[in-house]
Design a binder for this molecule. Structure first.
Ligand code: UD1
Length: 419
């Protein structure tokens, strides 16, 4: 078992280039199978969730190999249609393979992705979109059997702007006859990245970033090349780390516009933030002040994935800050662990109230989920003494090396193998 040992009390200073985006690359890995050819993905982060996607691709008959930080996926000889339960359960977002396998093979068999640490994660919108495109889907004993000899373009209206359902619909629509229109599509930057990659393969996807996305299907596709963009949530995590600890950091490789709600909140809390085209520079005295209520919302609103990190930054702020979590039901599980460090976080349903305390103290804590786990590390960086963070598999799903990145900024944090 591995644990992180975090020595608190250091200011964070320096410059850091942000890794490639997890949520950007996962749908792109699924998208590689919509074509039969070789795809090259540069700046691909080596993460547990990427490994899980690679395992699925290989099971389906694709070849993969790394050249430095470029992942090469050759989908020419893909012949599989099934993803076994063991591979599906490695990663909740593996459901994104459904639309892609269907577009390529006309049938797909996947197990149902279960609930997860953030609460129930239904896929009803994914399935409705695929059915509207002509797929017949039977659900039995946790297995989804999808068939569509022919997929036909349709007008899809999503009840909510779900990121995953939008991606699944786009991928399936690439294999449908005619032009599909997706209304109330998610507007997250990752949809734009998927559009760019698909278009580089010869697809015709338009409108990503707006609520209406159109896909002209059945175009001849070929392999494509793409450079994975920087991870806006990892960037937000390290900005929040420096805000809470105090320091002077420059985060590079990022699109500052994608971070506007997070940097806006940190500026309100008292940080000096300067945005450049591909970088964000943040200075903090360490002692922040409370801010107006933070309500998570679909992009361009405040990202639910950045909520735990911002909460961690405000644990020692003067005054109380209210958080309202509007995306996932169960996204405050890290609060109980933060309390072990002396934090004052009260939860009532979707609302959390963070009242700043004078000091946090080191303790042993367990990661509850990916972003909540990162928040525990951020709290440990502000605490007096040593914080031991366990169940690191959660953090490793989304951060290539949180300890390396934070050490580069001057933190004292070490990963140790524990018996
Ligand atoms: C993606 C991100 C995740 C982020 C989330 C919201 C990836 C791999 N994951 O997850 O990090 O936190 O967007 O920005 O990109 N819903 C339904 N039915 C469905 C689908 C979703 O009710 O069929 C609900 C969900 O329960 C949730 C809301 O819609 O309450 C938004 O979920 P969604 O945007 O789909 O999130 P993911 O794509 O799973």
């Amino acid at each position: 078992m591995q644990e992180l040992f975090v020595e608190g009390g250091k200011r964070l200073c320096g410059e850091l280039t942000i890794q490639g985006s997890k949520n950007g690359v996962l749908p792109i890995l699924a998208a590689t199978i919509v074509c039969a050819g070789e795809c090259r993905l540069g700046n691909c982060p080596r993460l547990r969730d990427v490994d899980a996607s690679i395992a699925i691709l290989r099971h389906l008959g694709c070849c993969t190999r790394w050249e430095g930080d470029t992942l090469i996926v050759d989908t020419t000889h893909m012949d599989g249609t099934e993803v076994p339960d063991a591979l599906m359960s490695e990663m909740r977002s593996s459901v994104i393979f459904l639309g892609a396998i269907l577009a390529r093979q006309g049938e797909a068999v996947l197990s149902y992705p279960g609930g997860c640490e953030l609460g129930p994660r239904p896929i009803d919108m994914h399935l409705s979109a695929l059915r509207a495109l002509g797929a017949e889907i039977a659900e039995r004993s946790g297995t989804l059997r999808c068939q569509a000899k022919v997929l036909t373009a349709a007008e899809l209206v999503l009840p909510l702007p779900s990121v995953g359902a939008t991606e699944n619909a786009i991928l399936a629509a690439c294999g449908a006859d005619g032009t599909t229109v997706i209304y109330n599509a998610a507007r997250e930057p990752e949809i734009g990245e998927l559009q760019d990659f698909l278009n580089a393969m010869g697809a015709q996807v338009r409108g990503a970033g707006s609520s209406i996305v159109t896909v002209s299907g059945k175009r001849p596709l070929h392999g494509g090349t793409h450079r994975v963009v920087a991870d806006r949530i990892v960037a937000a995590t390290y900005l929040c780390a420096a805000a809470g600890c105090g320091g002077d950091v420059r985060i590079t490789g990022v699109d500052y516009r994608q971070l506007a709600t997070v940097t806006g909140a940190l500026a309100e809390a008292g940080c000096a933030v300067e945005s450049e085209e591909c970088a964000v520079h943040l200075r903090s005295e360490g002692r922040l002040r409370s801010i107006r209520p933070v309500r998570t919302a679909p992009y361009p609103g405040f990202p639910t994935d950045a909520q735990p990190a911002l909460m961690a930054a405000l644990l020692r702020a003067a005054g109380s800050t209210v958080f309202v979590e509007n995306i996932f039901e169960n996204r405050y599980r890290h609060a109980g662990e933060l309390a072990r460090l002396g934090a004052d976080v009260r939860i009532a349903g979707r609302v959390a109230v963070v009242s700043g305390v004078d000091a946090l103290h080191g303790a042993s804590v367990r990661c509850t989920d990916l972003r909540g786990g990162a928040a525990l590390v951020l709290a440990g960086l502000q605490a007096e003494g040593t914080t031991r963070v366990s169940l690191l598999a959660h953090i490793d799903r989304g951060y290539v090396s949180i300890e390396r990145d934070l050490t580069l900024l001057g933190a004292q944090i070490e990963r140790k193998e524990q018996p």
